[in-house]
Write a protein that binds this ligand. Structure first.
Ligand SMILES: *[C@@H]1O[C@H](CO)[C@@H](O)[C@H](O)[C@H]1NC(C)=O
Length: 182
């Protein structure tokens, strides 16, 4: 991994932990309200213009994409929560309101459909973002951030080669490749 991408990862980590701190600070005024938990799940949908399954600086937000949130009982898989289908805004963002505590469920935001015909491929493993919707695990605050979800463009943009080279993507791929090779 290049120095630049390490710095980017570290800044993202700091950004995320400081937003949790902020949420904690504002949400801490009403402790013990476990029965009436209200969560807001927020996230972003983008077009993966390089078909690499992560966001790059030339990824594009998709407005009008459809997502939904479902929670399933971890033991028997029964549906414990299902949101309506939610559309992303102009900036590709969504916000889903959830009521209740889902300590014993696995909750995922799932891509349902894209609004862009040439950017609508989804990979089974990448179409879901896990969110934790309980206050019993030490995560405080009502706003829960889901990882960004992407649809893959039918064909990668020509600029991708340069963008990915700058990210150290090919170096990383070589490193990983070498580990796998005998
Ligand atoms: C989950 O499923 C188990 C086994 O069927 C059941 O005992 C438990 O009450 C369920 N939990 C919820 C929250 O529905």
């Amino acid at each position: 991994m290049t120095k630049a991408s390490m710095i980017a990862l570290v800044s993202i980590a700091i950004y995320i932990s400081s937003s949790f701190n902020f949420v904690y600070a504002t949400g801490a005024a009403t402790p013990g309200a476990a029965e009436s938990n209200k969560f807001k799940v927020v996230g972003h949908v983008y077009c993966d213009t390089c078909r690499v399954e992560f966001e790059t600086k030339i990824s594009k937000p998709i407005s009008g994409a459809v997502v939904k949130l479902e929670c399933r009982n971890r033991t028997d898989g029964a549906l414990t929560f299902q949101s309506p289908e939610i559309m992303t805004t102009q900036s590709g963002d969504y916000s889903i309101d959830v009521e209740g505590d889902y300590e014993d469920s696995d909750c995922d935001v799932t891509l349902v459909k894209s609004s862009w015909p040439d950017c609508s491929d989804m990979t089974e493993e990448w179409r879901k973002a896990r969110v934790v919707l309980t206050t019993f695990d030490g995560v405080s605050g009502n706003i829960r951030f889901a990882n960004s979800l992407g649809f893959k463009k039918k064909e990668a943009l020509p600029e991708c080669k340069k963008v990915l080279t700058d990210l150290g993507y090919y170096e990383l791929q070589n490193e990983l490749g070498n580990e796998v090779l005998p």
